[in-house]
Design a protein around this ligand. Sequence first.
Ligand code: MG
Length: 408
Amino acid sequence: MIVTQADVMVTSPGRNFVTLKITTDDGLVGYGDATLNGRELAVASYLRDHVATLLIGRDPHQIEDTWQYLYRGAYWRRGPVTMAAIAAVDVALWDIKAKAAGMPLYQLLGGASRTGALAYGHASGFELPSLFDSIREHLELGYRAIRIQSGVPGLDTVYGVAKSPAMGERYDYEPARRSAAPTAEQWDTRAYLRHVPTVFEAVRNEFGPELPLLHDGHHRMTPIQAAKLGKALEPYDLFWLEDCTPAENQEALRLVRRHTTTPLAIGEIFNTAFDYQTLITEQLIDYVRSAVTHTGGITPMKKLFDFAAMYQIKSGIHGPTDISPVGMAAALHLDLAIHNFGIQEYMRHSPETLEVFRTSYTFTDGLLHPGEQPGLGVEYDEDVADKFPYDPAYLPVNRLLDGTVHDW
Ligand SMILES: [Mg+2]
Protein backbone atom coordinates (compact mmCIF):
# COMPACT_ATOMS: atom_id res chain seq x y z
CA MET A 1 0.00 0.00 0.00
CA ILE A 2 1.27 3.49 -0.85
CA VAL A 3 0.00 7.02 -0.33
CA THR A 4 -1.38 8.38 -3.60
CA GLN A 5 -2.85 11.70 -2.52
CA ALA A 6 -2.71 14.22 0.35
CA ASP A 7 -5.31 16.98 0.39
CA VAL A 8 -5.59 19.89 2.81
CA MET A 9 -9.14 21.04 3.45
CA VAL A 10 -10.19 24.23 5.23
CA THR A 11 -13.76 24.79 6.37
CA SER A 12 -15.52 27.14 8.77
CA PRO A 13 -18.78 25.65 10.08
CA GLY A 14 -19.04 28.24 12.88
CA ARG A 15 -15.28 28.16 13.41
CA ASN A 16 -12.25 27.30 11.29
CA PHE A 17 -10.88 23.79 10.90
CA VAL A 18 -7.96 22.50 8.85
CA THR A 19 -8.09 18.81 7.96
CA LEU A 20 -5.58 16.62 6.15
CA LYS A 21 -6.95 13.78 4.04
CA ILE A 22 -4.51 11.05 3.01
CA THR A 23 -5.62 8.57 0.33
CA THR A 24 -3.94 5.26 -0.51
CA ASP A 25 -3.84 3.08 -3.62
CA ASP A 26 -5.98 0.57 -1.69
CA GLY A 27 -8.72 3.20 -1.53
CA LEU A 28 -8.32 3.76 2.21
CA VAL A 29 -8.67 7.31 3.48
CA GLY A 30 -7.24 8.74 6.71
CA TYR A 31 -7.97 12.09 8.35
CA GLY A 32 -5.83 14.28 10.58
CA ASP A 33 -6.69 17.51 12.39
CA ALA A 34 -4.29 20.41 11.64
CA THR A 35 -6.28 23.24 13.25
CA LEU A 36 -4.23 25.94 14.99
CA ASN A 37 -6.78 28.41 16.31
CA GLY A 38 -6.15 31.91 14.91
CA ARG A 39 -3.23 30.82 12.69
CA GLU A 40 -5.02 28.20 10.61
CA LEU A 41 -3.69 29.03 7.16
CA ALA A 42 -0.05 28.81 8.26
CA VAL A 43 -0.52 25.09 8.97
CA ALA A 44 -2.55 24.61 5.77
CA SER A 45 0.35 26.12 3.79
CA TYR A 46 2.97 24.08 5.67
CA LEU A 47 1.10 20.91 4.71
CA ARG A 48 0.18 21.89 1.14
CA ASP A 49 3.44 23.55 0.17
CA HIS A 50 6.02 21.51 2.10
CA VAL A 51 4.62 18.13 3.22
CA ALA A 52 1.96 16.81 0.83
CA THR A 53 4.32 15.94 -2.02
CA LEU A 54 6.73 14.18 0.39
CA LEU A 55 3.98 11.76 1.38
CA ILE A 56 3.17 10.52 -2.13
CA GLY A 57 4.55 7.02 -2.68
CA ARG A 58 5.32 6.39 1.00
CA ASP A 59 4.11 3.28 2.83
CA PRO A 60 1.34 4.58 5.14
CA HIS A 61 2.10 1.78 7.62
CA GLN A 62 5.52 3.31 8.41
CA ILE A 63 4.16 5.79 10.94
CA GLU A 64 7.22 6.11 13.20
CA ASP A 65 9.56 6.50 10.23
CA THR A 66 7.31 9.11 8.60
CA TRP A 67 7.11 11.02 11.88
CA GLN A 68 10.89 11.11 12.27
CA TYR A 69 11.31 11.96 8.58
CA LEU A 70 9.08 15.04 8.95
CA TYR A 71 10.40 16.08 12.40
CA ARG A 72 14.13 15.61 11.85
CA GLY A 73 13.97 16.11 8.09
CA ALA A 74 12.75 19.71 8.38
CA TYR A 75 15.87 20.59 10.41
CA TRP A 76 13.79 23.37 12.11
CA ARG A 77 12.19 21.52 14.99
CA ARG A 78 9.21 22.05 17.25
CA GLY A 79 6.85 25.03 17.19
CA PRO A 80 3.05 24.98 16.94
CA VAL A 81 2.82 25.20 13.14
CA THR A 82 5.31 22.40 12.48
CA MET A 83 3.93 20.14 15.20
CA ALA A 84 0.29 20.64 14.15
CA ALA A 85 1.25 19.72 10.59
CA ILE A 86 3.14 16.59 11.71
CA ALA A 87 0.24 15.69 14.01
CA ALA A 88 -2.20 15.77 11.11
CA VAL A 89 -0.02 13.35 9.11
CA ASP A 90 0.49 11.07 12.12
CA VAL A 91 -3.20 10.87 13.02
CA ALA A 92 -4.24 10.31 9.39
CA LEU A 93 -1.75 7.43 9.11
CA TRP A 94 -3.03 5.84 12.34
CA ASP A 95 -6.57 6.19 10.93
CA ILE A 96 -5.48 4.33 7.78
CA LYS A 97 -3.61 1.62 9.72
CA ALA A 98 -6.60 0.94 11.94
CA LYS A 99 -8.96 0.89 8.97
CA ALA A 100 -6.62 -1.56 7.22
CA ALA A 101 -6.70 -3.72 10.36
CA GLY A 102 -10.49 -3.43 10.54
CA MET A 103 -10.26 -2.25 14.14
CA PRO A 104 -11.01 0.88 16.11
CA LEU A 105 -7.72 2.68 16.66
CA TYR A 106 -7.63 2.12 20.43
CA GLN A 107 -7.17 -1.61 19.78
CA LEU A 108 -3.84 -0.89 18.07
CA LEU A 109 -2.74 1.21 21.06
CA GLY A 110 -3.10 -1.72 23.43
CA GLY A 111 -6.86 -2.07 23.72
CA ALA A 112 -9.31 -0.59 26.21
CA SER A 113 -8.08 0.04 29.74
CA ARG A 114 -11.47 1.37 30.89
CA THR A 115 -15.12 1.50 29.87
CA GLY A 116 -15.00 5.19 28.98
CA ALA A 117 -13.11 8.44 29.50
CA LEU A 118 -14.33 10.79 32.24
CA ALA A 119 -15.03 14.17 30.62
CA TYR A 120 -15.22 17.65 32.06
CA GLY A 121 -17.25 20.51 30.64
CA HIS A 122 -16.98 24.29 30.99
CA ALA A 123 -19.44 26.09 33.27
CA SER A 124 -19.22 29.84 33.62
CA GLY A 125 -21.13 32.92 34.73
CA PHE A 126 -20.38 36.55 35.48
CA GLU A 127 -22.39 36.29 38.72
CA LEU A 128 -23.09 33.33 40.99
CA PRO A 129 -26.72 32.78 39.86
CA SER A 130 -25.75 32.46 36.19
CA LEU A 131 -22.75 30.32 37.14
CA PHE A 132 -25.01 28.00 39.15
CA ASP A 133 -27.45 27.78 36.19
CA SER A 134 -24.55 26.87 33.92
CA ILE A 135 -23.36 24.17 36.35
CA ARG A 136 -26.88 22.73 36.57
CA GLU A 137 -27.16 22.72 32.77
CA HIS A 138 -23.91 20.74 32.53
CA LEU A 139 -25.07 18.26 35.18
CA GLU A 140 -28.28 17.76 33.20
CA LEU A 141 -26.21 17.08 30.08
CA GLY A 142 -24.53 14.28 32.00
CA TYR A 143 -21.20 15.86 32.94
CA ARG A 144 -19.66 14.41 36.10
CA ALA A 145 -16.75 16.89 36.33
CA ILE A 146 -16.96 20.62 35.69
CA ARG A 147 -14.56 23.50 35.08
CA ILE A 148 -15.60 26.66 36.88
CA GLN A 149 -14.81 30.13 35.45
CA SER A 150 -16.38 33.22 36.97
CA GLY A 151 -16.64 36.93 36.33
CA VAL A 152 -14.43 39.20 38.43
CA PRO A 153 -15.92 42.38 39.99
CA GLY A 154 -14.72 45.42 38.06
CA LEU A 155 -13.89 43.55 34.83
CA ASP A 156 -16.28 43.62 31.85
CA THR A 157 -14.74 40.67 30.05
CA VAL A 158 -13.04 37.67 31.64
CA TYR A 159 -11.42 34.63 30.03
CA GLY A 160 -13.69 31.61 29.95
CA VAL A 161 -16.91 33.35 30.94
CA ALA A 162 -19.78 33.24 28.48
CA LYS A 163 -22.22 36.09 28.10
CA SER A 164 -25.43 35.15 29.94
CA PRO A 165 -27.39 33.30 27.27
CA ALA A 166 -31.03 33.82 26.38
CA MET A 167 -33.35 30.98 27.32
CA GLY A 168 -32.48 27.78 25.54
CA GLU A 169 -29.07 28.91 24.30
CA ARG A 170 -25.81 27.27 25.28
CA TYR A 171 -23.47 28.66 27.90
CA ASP A 172 -20.48 28.30 25.62
CA TYR A 173 -17.59 30.71 25.81
CA GLU A 174 -16.15 31.24 22.33
CA PRO A 175 -13.05 33.42 22.41
CA ALA A 176 -12.17 33.40 18.68
CA ARG A 177 -13.86 36.33 16.98
CA ARG A 178 -14.35 36.66 13.27
CA SER A 179 -12.85 40.08 12.71
CA ALA A 180 -9.85 41.73 11.10
CA ALA A 181 -7.97 42.04 14.41
CA PRO A 182 -8.07 40.48 17.89
CA THR A 183 -10.56 41.90 20.39
CA ALA A 184 -9.18 43.14 23.72
CA GLU A 185 -10.05 41.70 27.12
CA GLN A 186 -9.19 43.23 30.53
CA TRP A 187 -7.32 41.82 33.47
CA ASP A 188 -6.60 42.61 37.13
CA THR A 189 -4.80 39.76 38.92
CA ARG A 190 -5.30 41.12 42.46
CA ALA A 191 -9.07 41.44 41.95
CA TYR A 192 -9.11 37.90 40.51
CA LEU A 193 -7.14 36.46 43.44
CA ARG A 194 -9.50 38.08 45.96
CA HIS A 195 -12.62 36.82 44.18
CA VAL A 196 -11.94 33.26 43.01
CA PRO A 197 -11.82 31.54 46.44
CA THR A 198 -15.23 33.06 47.30
CA VAL A 199 -16.66 31.56 44.11
CA PHE A 200 -15.38 28.07 44.94
CA GLU A 201 -16.69 28.35 48.49
CA ALA A 202 -20.15 29.22 47.12
CA VAL A 203 -20.06 26.41 44.54
CA ARG A 204 -19.05 23.83 47.16
CA ASN A 205 -21.81 25.06 49.50
CA GLU A 206 -24.39 24.75 46.70
CA PHE A 207 -23.25 21.53 44.98
CA GLY A 208 -21.57 19.59 47.78
CA PRO A 209 -18.15 18.00 48.26
CA GLU A 210 -18.21 15.21 45.66
CA LEU A 211 -18.41 16.94 42.27
CA PRO A 212 -14.91 17.21 40.74
CA LEU A 213 -14.23 20.92 40.09
CA LEU A 214 -11.52 22.34 37.86
CA HIS A 215 -10.25 25.85 37.24
CA ASP A 216 -8.10 27.45 34.52
CA GLY A 217 -5.72 30.29 35.48
CA HIS A 218 -4.86 30.75 31.78
CA HIS A 219 -1.18 31.66 32.28
CA ARG A 220 -1.92 34.94 34.09
CA MET A 221 -0.20 34.63 37.47
CA THR A 222 3.36 35.02 38.65
CA PRO A 223 4.71 31.98 40.54
CA ILE A 224 4.05 33.51 43.95
CA GLN A 225 0.54 34.58 42.94
CA ALA A 226 -0.15 31.06 41.69
CA ALA A 227 1.16 29.61 44.95
CA LYS A 228 -1.16 31.92 46.87
CA LEU A 229 -4.19 30.91 44.80
CA GLY A 230 -3.41 27.20 45.03
CA LYS A 231 -3.16 27.48 48.80
CA ALA A 232 -6.39 29.53 49.05
CA LEU A 233 -8.28 26.91 47.00
CA GLU A 234 -7.14 23.91 49.06
CA PRO A 235 -10.32 23.80 51.22
CA TYR A 236 -12.42 23.36 48.06
CA ASP A 237 -10.58 20.23 46.88
CA LEU A 238 -10.02 21.06 43.21
CA PHE A 239 -9.45 18.27 40.71
CA TRP A 240 -6.84 20.62 39.24
CA LEU A 241 -5.65 24.18 38.84
CA GLU A 242 -4.67 24.61 35.20
CA ASP A 243 -2.01 26.80 33.56
CA CYS A 244 -1.44 28.80 36.72
CA THR A 245 1.74 30.45 35.33
CA PRO A 246 3.05 31.02 31.79
CA ALA A 247 4.38 27.62 30.88
CA GLU A 248 7.64 28.54 29.19
CA ASN A 249 9.35 28.83 32.57
CA GLN A 250 9.23 25.26 33.87
CA GLU A 251 11.22 26.21 36.98
CA ALA A 252 8.36 28.49 38.11
CA LEU A 253 6.37 25.41 39.05
CA ARG A 254 8.93 24.51 41.73
CA LEU A 255 7.89 27.58 43.68
CA VAL A 256 4.18 26.91 43.20
CA ARG A 257 4.56 23.28 44.22
CA ARG A 258 6.43 24.18 47.41
CA HIS A 259 3.40 26.08 48.71
CA THR A 260 0.30 24.15 47.72
CA THR A 261 -1.22 20.67 47.49
CA THR A 262 -3.80 21.78 44.90
CA PRO A 263 -3.13 19.49 41.90
CA LEU A 264 -1.56 21.24 38.93
CA ALA A 265 -2.22 20.73 35.22
CA ILE A 266 -0.25 22.36 32.44
CA GLY A 267 0.69 22.09 28.79
CA GLU A 268 -2.09 22.99 26.34
CA ILE A 269 0.26 25.34 24.48
CA PHE A 270 3.24 22.96 24.61
CA ASN A 271 4.06 21.05 21.47
CA THR A 272 6.66 18.43 22.40
CA ALA A 273 7.54 16.13 25.27
CA PHE A 274 10.70 18.18 25.78
CA ASP A 275 8.56 21.02 27.14
CA TYR A 276 7.73 18.72 30.07
CA GLN A 277 11.16 17.40 30.96
CA THR A 278 11.62 19.34 34.20
CA LEU A 279 7.93 19.26 35.08
CA ILE A 280 7.73 15.47 34.85
CA THR A 281 11.10 14.39 36.20
CA GLU A 282 10.75 16.71 39.23
CA GLN A 283 7.07 15.82 39.63
CA LEU A 284 6.03 19.48 39.54
CA ILE A 285 2.67 18.77 37.90
CA ASP A 286 -0.10 16.18 38.19
CA TYR A 287 -1.69 16.29 34.72
CA VAL A 288 -0.34 16.64 31.17
CA ARG A 289 -2.63 18.96 29.18
CA SER A 290 -1.27 18.60 25.64
CA ALA A 291 -3.53 18.28 22.62
CA VAL A 292 -2.95 15.45 20.15
CA THR A 293 -3.47 18.05 17.40
CA HIS A 294 -0.72 20.39 18.63
CA THR A 295 1.84 17.92 19.93
CA GLY A 296 2.75 15.94 16.85
CA GLY A 297 -0.03 13.35 16.95
CA ILE A 298 -0.69 10.00 18.58
CA THR A 299 2.87 8.64 18.24
CA PRO A 300 4.60 11.22 20.50
CA MET A 301 1.60 11.58 22.83
CA LYS A 302 1.70 7.85 23.65
CA LYS A 303 5.41 8.19 24.47
CA LEU A 304 4.75 11.34 26.53
CA PHE A 305 2.06 9.64 28.60
CA ASP A 306 4.23 6.56 29.16
CA PHE A 307 7.02 8.89 30.36
CA ALA A 308 4.58 10.70 32.67
CA ALA A 309 3.27 7.37 34.01
CA MET A 310 6.66 6.59 35.52
CA TYR A 311 6.12 9.61 37.81
CA GLN A 312 2.42 8.94 38.57
CA ILE A 313 1.43 11.89 36.40
CA LYS A 314 -1.82 11.47 34.48
CA SER A 315 -3.37 12.67 31.25
CA GLY A 316 -5.79 15.56 30.80
CA ILE A 317 -5.90 16.02 27.04
CA HIS A 318 -6.83 19.48 25.75
CA GLY A 319 -10.25 19.37 24.06
CA PRO A 320 -11.94 22.72 23.38
CA THR A 321 -14.03 23.17 20.21
CA ASP A 322 -11.05 24.34 18.16
CA ILE A 323 -9.84 20.75 18.36
CA SER A 324 -11.83 19.31 15.43
CA PRO A 325 -13.88 16.13 15.86
CA VAL A 326 -10.96 14.33 14.15
CA GLY A 327 -8.58 15.61 16.85
CA MET A 328 -11.12 14.77 19.55
CA ALA A 329 -11.54 11.21 18.27
CA ALA A 330 -7.75 10.76 18.27
CA ALA A 331 -7.68 11.90 21.90
CA LEU A 332 -10.46 9.48 22.87
CA HIS A 333 -8.67 6.45 21.42
CA LEU A 334 -5.60 7.37 23.51
CA ASP A 335 -7.76 8.05 26.58
CA LEU A 336 -9.28 4.60 26.37
CA ALA A 337 -5.98 2.81 25.85
CA ILE A 338 -3.39 4.40 28.15
CA HIS A 339 -3.10 3.29 31.77
CA ASN A 340 -2.51 6.73 33.31
CA PHE A 341 -5.67 8.39 32.00
CA GLY A 342 -6.84 11.29 34.18
CA ILE A 343 -9.65 13.22 32.52
CA GLN A 344 -10.65 14.53 29.08
CA GLU A 345 -11.72 18.11 28.35
CA TYR A 346 -14.89 18.01 26.26
CA MET A 347 -16.89 20.89 24.85
CA ARG A 348 -19.63 19.89 22.44
CA HIS A 349 -19.14 20.97 18.83
CA SER A 350 -21.83 23.01 17.11
CA PRO A 351 -24.47 21.28 14.95
CA GLU A 352 -22.85 22.88 11.85
CA THR A 353 -19.47 21.36 12.76
CA LEU A 354 -21.06 17.95 13.25
CA GLU A 355 -22.69 18.21 9.81
CA VAL A 356 -19.21 18.41 8.28
CA PHE A 357 -17.57 15.87 10.61
CA ARG A 358 -19.73 12.76 11.13
CA THR A 359 -18.57 11.24 14.40
CA SER A 360 -19.15 7.89 16.05
CA TYR A 361 -17.91 8.78 19.54
CA THR A 362 -20.45 8.84 22.34
CA PHE A 363 -20.97 10.72 25.62
CA THR A 364 -22.94 8.68 28.14
CA ASP A 365 -23.23 9.19 31.90
CA GLY A 366 -20.26 11.55 31.89
CA LEU A 367 -18.01 9.16 29.95
CA LEU A 368 -16.75 9.53 26.39
CA HIS A 369 -16.11 6.50 24.19
CA PRO A 370 -14.52 6.59 20.71
CA GLY A 371 -16.90 3.96 19.30
CA GLU A 372 -16.19 0.73 17.43
CA GLN A 373 -15.83 1.91 13.84
CA PRO A 374 -12.54 0.88 12.18
CA GLY A 375 -10.01 3.72 12.37
CA LEU A 376 -10.76 6.98 14.16
CA GLY A 377 -14.48 6.71 13.48
CA VAL A 378 -14.87 10.17 11.91
CA GLU A 379 -15.95 10.89 8.33
CA TYR A 380 -15.59 14.28 6.61
CA ASP A 381 -18.37 15.45 4.27
CA GLU A 382 -16.59 17.57 1.66
CA ASP A 383 -19.82 18.79 0.04
CA VAL A 384 -21.12 20.16 3.34
CA ALA A 385 -17.67 21.56 4.22
CA ASP A 386 -17.60 23.55 0.97
CA LYS A 387 -20.67 25.46 2.14
CA PHE A 388 -18.60 27.01 4.96
CA PRO A 389 -15.66 28.97 3.46
CA TYR A 390 -12.71 30.10 5.59
CA ASP A 391 -13.47 33.11 7.76
CA PRO A 392 -10.47 34.82 9.44
CA ALA A 393 -10.66 34.71 13.24
CA TYR A 394 -8.38 35.78 16.07
CA LEU A 395 -8.12 34.89 19.72
CA PRO A 396 -8.35 37.95 22.00
CA VAL A 397 -5.44 39.89 23.44
CA ASN A 398 -5.44 40.76 27.13
CA ARG A 399 -4.52 44.08 28.76
CA LEU A 400 -4.14 45.16 32.35
CA LEU A 401 -6.31 48.10 33.43
CA ASP A 402 -3.42 50.50 32.66
CA GLY A 403 -3.18 49.17 29.12
CA THR A 404 -0.17 46.88 29.53
CA VAL A 405 -0.38 43.75 27.37
CA HIS A 406 -0.72 40.70 29.63
CA ASP A 407 -0.90 36.97 28.96
CA TRP A 408 -4.24 35.94 27.49
MG1 MG B 1 -6.93 25.79 29.33
